[in-house]
Design a protein around this ligand. Structure first.
Ligand code: ATP
Length: 516
């Protein structure tokens, strides 16, 4: 664990050092859980968004996009339940004066039991070597079973307390399991209280006062309130989906773990409208499709898992998370929810407008059911950085830090490096750049030794470097160097576009999803 935390710290400083993510307002000592994306970060982030957007709108004829405003009529948040129910249960430690989410403290306790099981299993795997049967071990080892029983018991009690909104029992669980404050190490806890996560501000100013509006805590509601607009203007037939990428704001209490939990973040959400009764079929389909989207990136299939929800929100009849193995454990990156007709019906009720679809095949009108896929851009960004970050020991003992980013997402695709800064090599390099810069993001670098320049490109995940040397002036060939293998090859300049385009193309990445 300590080692993993170490990796996480390194990742955070790498993000800063190489222009991916900076703390917001840093010269004023920062602003809690708010971050800025730097020159490389914004490229990676834009590529992630494009990958998602194209996978939704190009690969599905019946999914279209919108871009709704952040400010919305305040009644929307009444209808969605956010005004009354978008609360976190909070608890304070009286000694450290630190505030925590009670549910997170309990989830961390569950993770500790899981950790024990994993350690036990790892130890046994080492002991038994090839003969090790992990499944059998997990099903029969007494210490594993004992910890699993603790997890099950705690889980059941925790789910009940959350479902019943039983704040007293949430506190009692924390006391019973002797959960201590990570800062003070004591169990001197206050009562558990509810806290609303929405940021509020005021719009306009009239004699009667200003209108209290909220910064949206999710992008989904902008889709629901535009359901009729899109359906009618686009002549959309059920089933169809509406996708949106945009900022969301939550006054999170536990703002830790870098860009994993932020107060201002970005979501990519798609609401898919279906016939009532067909929602679970579509839920299963989107659950599978979304996992393929993640796996197509090639970061490793074992890094993902589903976490099906036992505790469902009152409006949902199925829900799962796609989790990624972050340096601090498996964590939710995306949620897929079957939300029934809760949202549209609620907006019907609050707005007084009929929000229904006339189904020509069934010859009747109904409020469609909804499957939602909801993923955080920033969490996705973090998972990709964590999954790509490698430290390799080279022959001779040097360490190379390399980001093995999926080439289609890498901020820079190609670095063009003249061997020396004279004798016409820079001009030749510029000529190559000028040709290729319309195809993909290229970077020119002539400073320091070629070895150092390779390292700089490795650190930002550039999949290809080409070096222009004296021979290039005569044979019109360059040395291409591959990031992951560090292999080098001599290729004609005229072939560069083909070689690189193929590997970095978003099109090929999208095609990869269909192959899985
Ligand atoms: P969590 O349980 O981690 O708070 P959530 O279940 O509240 O997440 P959703 O409301 O389902 O999250 O939001 C969908 C997605 O939006 C999440 O899977 C996550 O990727 C992203 N997300 C939610 N809250 C944040 C945040 N504070 N910072 C960054 N991303 C977030």
């Amino acid at each position: 664990m300590a080692q993993q935390e170490d990796v996480f710290k390194k990742l955070v400083s790498h993000c800063k050092e190489y222009g991916f993510v900076f703390p917001s307002s840093e010269i004023y000592d920062g602003l809690g859980a708010v971050y800025d994306y730097g020159q490389n970060g914004v490229e990676l982030k834009n590529n992630i968004k494009k990958y998602w957007w194209d996978s939704m709108t190009l690969m599905n004829e019946n999914v279209v996009g919108i871009d709704s405003a952040i400010f919305m009529h305040p009644t929307i948040w009444k209808a969605s339940g956010h005004v009354d129910a978008f609360n976190d249960p909070l608890i304070d430690n009286k000694d450290s004066k630190k505030r925590y989410r009670a549910d997170v403290l309990i989830e961390e306790q569950i993770a500790k039991f899981e950790d024990k099981i994993n350690k036990e299993t790892e130890k046994a795997a080492k002991r038994f070597g090839d003969a090790f049967d992990e499944k059998q071990f997990r099903e029969t080892n007494p210490r594993v079973l004992e910890n699993q029983a603790k997890i099950d018991e705690l889980h059941a009690r925790f789910a009940k307390a959350l479902n019943d909104n039983d704040l007293a029992d949430l506190r009692q669980i924390i006391l019973d399991y002797e959960i201590v404050c990570p800062v003070s190490g004591t169990r001197n806890w206050t009562e558990v209280r509810q806290f609303n996560l929405m940021f509020a501000t005021e719009m306009g100013s009239t004699a009667d006062g200003a209108l209290k509006v909220y910064l949206r805590p999710e992008t989904a509601q902008g889709i629901f309130v535009n359901f009729l607009n899109v359906q009618k203007s686009g002549r959309m037939k059920i089933p169809f989906g509406i996708a949106q990428i945009g900022k969301a704001f939550r006054n999170e209490i536990v703002a830790r773990q870098f860009i994993f939990r932020m107060r201002e973040f970005e979501q990519m959400e798609m609401q898919f409208f279906v016939r009532p009764g067909e929602e679970l079929e579509w839920f299963a389909k989107w659950k599978e499709t979304r996992l393929k989207w993640h796996k197509a990136l090639g970061l490793g299939d074992t890094k993902y898992r589903y976490h099906d929800h036992e505790k469902l929100a009152h409006y949902a009849n199925a829900a799962t998370d796609i989790e990624f193995e972050m340096p601090f454990g498996f964590k939710e990156v995306e949620g897929i929810h079957s939300r029934t007709d809760f949202d549209l019906s609620s907006h019907e009720q609050y707005s007084g407008k009929k929000i229904q679809y006339f189904d020509p095949e069934l010859n009747k009108s109904y409020v469609p059911y909804v499957i939602e896929t909801s993923i955080g851009v920033d969490r996705m960004f973090l998972s990709i950085m964590a999954g790509s970050y490698c430290e390799e020991t080279l022959e001779g003992g040097d360490i190379r830090v390399v980001l093995k980013l999926p080439p289609a997402l890498a901020p820079v695709k190609l670095a063009v490096l003249p061997l020396v800064k004279k004798d016409g090599l820079p001009e030749k390099a510029r000529e190559i750049m000028d040709n290729l810069k319309f195809n993909f993001n290229c970077q020119y670098d002539e400073k320091d030794t070629v070895g150092k320049r390779y390292r700089r490109q490795d650190a930002i995940g550039t999949p290809y470097c080409v070096t222009v040397d004296y021979d290039s002036l005569n044979d019109n060939c360059v040395t291409i160097r591959y990031r992951d293998t560090m292999e080098q090859e001599r290729v004609p300049v005229a072939e560069l576009e083909n070689i690189i385009s193929d590997k970095v193309s978003m099109k090929n990445l999208l095609k990869q999803i269909a192959k899985l």
